[in-house]
Unconditional design. Sequence first.
Length: 110
Amino acid sequence: MSECVFCKIANKEISSEIIYEDNQTIAFKDINPRAPIHFLIIPKKHIPSVDHLKTEDKALIGELILVAQKIAREKNLKGYKLIINVGRAGGQLIDHLHLHLLSGKPMKLP
Ligand code: AMP
Ligand code: ZN
């Protein structure tokens, strides 16, 4: 999607602090961190939200979580929280599926 900010990040059309990349996914620092560590992990494929996932995306959504695990291990995170907001009522502001990885302070569910 040409006007999607996360597609633009994936295509390097706008800059971001990329911390991981492979064929299917890319991870970068959240521009407005809500914890000492706050990364976003996204599929390069434009999928608007979890609500738009299809059966064919099953491996890809699993891949996002495995990338989170890989980053957490590489950075020796003691523990972390993974969050996916879905839809405006679920707190989703950017309509390109993304997994928040938060760490570095005690965090409870809202
Ligand atoms: P959500 O509310 O789940 O849609 O989260 C969107 C996240 O994207 C927020 O935490 C924003 O701070 C973050 N964000 C928005 N624009 C950028 C950007 N250009 N680079 C990095 N993070 C961004
Ligand atoms: Zn997109």
